[in-house]
Design a binder for this molecule. Structure first.
Ligand code: FA5
Length: 339
């Protein structure tokens, strides 16, 4: 029996030495020391032994158990410590590594053009106004001489809200708001975001920026309008650009004009941006309609004015040579980082 005990002991020690996981160590423990383990089975046979023999083998068995238990504890401690070392190594960070440099953001290209224009117009005495993006039907249409049944309402597909208000389809509502708050004589611009429920393509977005401009004074004429148009175009492009003025219809101006710029993407040859025409509609304008002056509380017998509605996003396209308007709102950082 002594040999059996010694063999079991040696075998268990050998298995323990090979056990590479906590589960394997536990299996060795159960197999040797468990209630139904091999050493427990041996001790069941002690009843048959003579008392001195039982005492001697009992001592041997206890020594074997104790040694095995202590070896199991050390093995568990060694495995746990190795696992911890491995984790620490994988989670190690070098606290002395220099922090990555701060990556500066940049202004959106439309914002850049907007800021330049604001500065330019401020230097010419224009006030910079803001207006609400959620607008009333009154300011977006009625006060601009576009009554409910007027076909011009369809020129700008409108996003209506349930409460009867709308997302402004242009910045022109700020004309009447500006007349009300500033009172003539006045010079103002109003840059901002506008919304239209329309088919999106290379030059049309559902959400884009316009910059409204208006001057109201005594004896304002088309000559004033052309002067300011030329001034801001040469300031923005810093080179000669070809423009054309043609008659245009807007119920809130009379006479009305369309100011087109020769497409700078294709140089006037024709491309998807200018719909193969060589020209891009940039800045409709005209003399403020007497009805609009009246809605704004100004007497058209005394006051006259010009107004324009610059397509700010289109201007940024021409300025930076961007051939698809959708890039502006696409949120692609690779595009935005170039500015
Ligand atoms: C208007 O919105 C008038 N309120 C402009 C105006 C103001 C006329 C004052 C007279 C006096 P229009 O719908 O054409 O007009 O838009 C003005 C400019 O916005 C266009 O010339 C174009 O440059 C730009 N634009 C129009 N629709 C879009 C669109 N879907 N995406 C991008 N830019 C657009």
């Amino acid at each position: 029996m002594q040999e059996i005990i010694e063999k079991l002991h040696q075998d268990a020690l050998a298995q323990l030495a090979e056990a590479a996981t906590l589960e394997a160590v536990e299996a060795v423990r159960v197999d040797a020391l468990g209630r139904k383990g091999k050493l427990a089975e041996i001790s069941k046979q002690f009843g048959r032994l003579a008392p001195e023999e039982r005492a001697r083998l009992g001592k041997l068995l206890n020594t074997a158990k104790q040694e095995l238990e202590s070896n199991i504890d050390s093995r568990i401690a060694a495995l746990e410590s190795a696992a911890l070392d491995k984790r620490l190594e994988s989670e190690w960070i070098d606290l002395t590594t220099p922090a990555p440099g701060i990556r500066p953001g940049s202004l959106h290209p439309v914002t850049q053009v907007q800021k330049e224009l604001e500065e330019l117009f401020r230097s010419m005495g224009f006030a910079v106004l803001d207006g609400p993006e959620v607008e009333s039907e009154y300011y977006n249409f009625d006060a601009l001489n576009i009554p409910g049944d007027h076909p011009a309402r369809d020129m700008q597909d409108t996003f209506w809200l349930k409460d009867g208000r709308l997302l402004r389809t242009h910045t022109s509502p700020v004309q009447v708001r500006g007349l009300e708050t500033l009172k003539p004589p006045l010079k103002m611009i109003a840059p901002g975001r506008v919304f239209r429920n329309e088919e999106v393509d290379a030059s049309h977005e559902h959400t884009f920026y316009q910059l409204e401009g208006m001057m109201v004074d005594r004896d304002v004429s088309v000559a004033h309008l052309i002067y300011f148009m030329k001034t801001f175009l040469s300031a923005i492009f810093k080179r000669d650009v070809t423009v054309r003025l043609r008659p245009g219809f807007f119920p809130f101006v009379e006479p009305g004009f369309e100011l087109d710029i020769q497409c700078l993407i294709c140089g006037g040859k024709g491309c998807p941006v200018c719909k193969q025409s060589g020209w891009v509609e940039l800045c409709p304008c005209g003399l403020v309609h007497p009805a609009v002056l009246r809605y704004g509380g100004a007497d058209p017998e005394e006051w006259s004015g010009f107004a324009f509605g610059l397509g700010l996003t289109r201007l940024a396209m021409m300025r930076y040579g961007i051939d698809d308007i959708r890039l502006f709102t696409g949120g692609d950082l690779r595009f935005l980082k170039q500015f």
